[in-house]
Design a protein. Structure first.
Length: 302
């Protein structure tokens, strides 16, 4: 009866638990993706972890000793594991169905991360590999929530909860939610949310600066005056100088988005859109006078 799990770890079928552990640690150091950069090392590392997870558990080892590689359809464990990896099959799920129990810590396809071992100094590793328990997901949040901060509802693994959104979040930022990842034994991973900010009909963002187009009546643009503008934070009164042109920008300092690292705030730029009155709505005498007196006309050059 073939015993390829023992061959994977390089030990005999009658090896003690300490001998199995010692062999596992030696191989895990050798093939860990942070140390071995060859393409096949990652799959070899997963295979070693899978073998050790079975042989280090007395009940699973007992089952394997009884049935041997017949549990893997007659294949040796190396070929069985490689076929699973190449076929994109979840080895974790297959072994769980074979051996039962609470799973194998995610060592199958897409299993242990390159940071699966926690460094204990040069050349030193902690006793066991830590499975990658983090969950990666995407979240789309409103523009205003990204700028001002707030909460946003998230549903993961059948659980719905509110996530706190810090002010100043940008497209591509990742938020780490502690303790909302996968569970394994007495450990719990984190939820990593990659942020996508939905576009806003009024505002755009460049760096930490915000931009908004505002309507200014022709009279105010020509002769100066004040207009009230509702910003994301509050209503402000903008002083408009004489001869304001369409597209002209006004800066309001410190009313942009906050930089999450420096805590400094960007600026808000208000871009003027001059609103022309309809000729039909003007006083007839004013309309006639403007037609006659305003610069331009048939001889105007552009």
């Amino acid at each position: 009866m073939s015993k390829s799990l023992y061959e994977t770890l390089g030990v005999s079928p009658d090896a003690s638990a300490d001998e199995i552990k010692k062999a596992y640690r030696k191989l895990a150091r050798k093939y860990h993706p942070d140390i071995c950069k060859e393409p096949e090392c990652e799959e070899k590392f997963k295979e070693i972890n899978a073998a050790y997870e079975i042989l280090s558990d007395p009940e699973k080892r007992k089952q394997y000793d009884q049935y041997g590689d017949a549990m893997f359809g007659g294949q040796n464990f190396h070929d069985f594991a490689q076929q699973s990896f190449q076929g994109g099959v979840d080895l974790d799920e297959i072994l769980r169905s074979i051996f039962g129990g609470g799973g194998f810590g995610g060592f199958g396809a897409g299993g242990f991360s390159s940071g699966g071992f926690r460094s204990g100094g040069f050349g030193g590793f902690e006793e066991f590999a830590t499975p990658d328990l983090d969950i990666h997901a995407k979240i789309t949040i409103p523009f205003r929530t990204a700028v001002l901060g707030g909460t946003h509802s998230v549903s993961i693994n059948g659980e719905t909860f509110d996530v706190r959104i810090p002010a100043g979040v940008k497209n591509g930022d990742t938020l780490r939610i502690r303790g909302k990842g996968k569970a394994y034994k007495n450990m719990r991973g984190d939820l990593l949310l990659k942020v996508e900010v939905a576009p806003d009909p009024e505002y755009s963002r460049v760096g930490n600066d915000l931009y908004k187009t505002i309507d200014i009546p022709l009279k105010t643009a020509m002769f100066g005056g004040k207009v009230k503008v509702q910003t994301l934070e509050k209503e402000v009164t903008l002083k408009v100088p004489k001869n304001t042109k369409c597209g002209q920008k006004f800066r309001i300092k410190g009313m942009g988005a906050v930089d999450r690292k420096t805590k400094a705030k960007g600026d808000l730029y208000l871009q003027a859109n001059i609103v022309l009155p309809k000729v039909e709505e003007l006083d007839p005498e004013l309309a006639k006078m403007m037609e006659e007196k305003l610069p331009g006309g048939e001889d105007a050059r552009v």
